[in-house]
Design a protein around this ligand. Structure first.
Ligand code: ADP
Length: 332
């Protein structure tokens, strides 16, 4: 039987997971577990590229593990691991650094955005983030990377780095492809920017019905629709995007049709979304609660994930050292 294709993806443990992470990344990860070999990382080194509090980091990693597991990552089939526990991620990043031209990195849109947003906090880690991300992926020879659409430029860069490595040292890594899910971009409650922790425009996975409704009820929709009697355009409405992630087809079709015909107002449409969100998030929140009361189980899963990831990582680095001509000194 042919070996299953490998998948790598990760999320930074920089706070609670939001609906953008859930629909853009995690919902895209879950079905891949059926026919791929998946490695999902809690990428703590990446979380260090923005302001972070060392006193909260361990708890953030634990919470991220709980979120992944509660959302349906199955540790029997997939590897769930903490990036910094497999030191080969940074070893390989160094090797890739030595072949990545600076010009490639300065073109990356997220670097430009983050530099603009935080001019006092521009450092090598922020600049080099996409090389570490390339290392995360190719360390496991992953061919598929399920992500939201903001990550596509990073994947393009990974592919360029792979081509350069393979042409300089011989064919070693497959060129990984980004895989977008059904909802590759969720906007924030402002209806304009990407939903993102740093913009404070998020709905979170662990929010109660009351908290969700408080935010949803004031969320921006189609700004051209001024009155209840005006027809709306679902294609420019973020609430409609979220319907596609949470609602059954009949509700998605109903909301699109009735919005266009001004048959329902935005509040009606949001109420339907809320109910469907609760249907999905209610059981997930129950599992979060259950896992929170069993920290030893969570730590065991991460330890097991580390052991399995480490084996693959050592294999890859052996090959890399061979390719770059220093393997003799690694054979002890
Ligand atoms: P954040 O942007 O909130 O800091 P991360 O950078 O850790 O989150 O992103 C982790 C994953 O979640 C990536 O695959 C990213 O593409 C996806 N993602 C993040 N925000 C969104 C969004 N608003 N819509 C769709 N996917 C998203």
């Amino acid at each position: 039987m042919a070996e299953k294709k490998r998948v790598f993806s990760g999320i930074q443990p920089s706070g609670r997971l939001h609906i953008g992470n859930y629909l853009g990344a995690i919902c895209n990860w879950l079905p891949m577990q059926d026919d791929h070999f998946c490695i999902y990382g809690i990428v703590d080194y990446h979380a260090m590229t923005v302001h972070f509090n060392p006193e909260e980091m361990e708890q953030c990693i634990f919470n991220a593990a709980i979120d992944y597991l509660a959302a349906g990552i199955d540790p029997e089939r997939s590897i769930l691991m903490v990036q910094s526990t497999v030191s080969e991620h940074t070893e390989l990043a160094w090797v890739l650094n030595t072949i990545t031209p600076i010009g490639w990195l300065s073109r990356v849109p997220t670097f430009k955005e983050k530099r603009q947003a935080n001019p006092d906090y521009v450092h090598m880690g922020l600049f080099d983030y996409p090389v570490l991300m390339a290392a995360d992926i190719v360390l496991y020879k992953a061919e598929v990377v399920p992500v939201g659409d903001d990550q596509v430029p990073h994947l393009e860069l990974t592919r360029e780095i792979v081509r350069k490595f393979n042409s300089m040292f011989g064919p070693t890594f497959p060129e990984p492809k980004a895989k977008l899910g059904d909802v590759p971009r969720v906007l924030g409650l402002d209806g304009v920017n990407k939903m993102s922790k740093s913009l404070d425009n998020c709905l979170y996975l662990d929010e109660t019905r009351e908290e969700l409704w408080k935010k949803l009820s004031t969320a921006v929709t189609d700004t051209k629709r001024k009155r209840r009697t005006d027809p709306g355009d679902p294609l420019v409405c973020n609430i409609y995007t979220m319907h596609k992630g949470f609602s059954p087809d009949k509700d998605v079709e109903y909301c699109a049709r009735e919005c266009r015909a001004a048959g329902i107002g935005c509040i009606d449409c949001k109420k339907i979304l809320l109910e469907n969100m609760i249907q999905a998030l209610g059981p997930l929140q129950e599992r979060q609660k259950d896992l929170r009361s069993k920290p030893a189980v969570v730590y065991d899963i991460l330890k097991n994930g580390h052991d399995r990831a480490k084996k693959i990582a050592i294999e890859t680095m052996r090959e890399v050292y061979e390719r770059i001509g220093i393997s003799k000194y690694h054979k002890h």
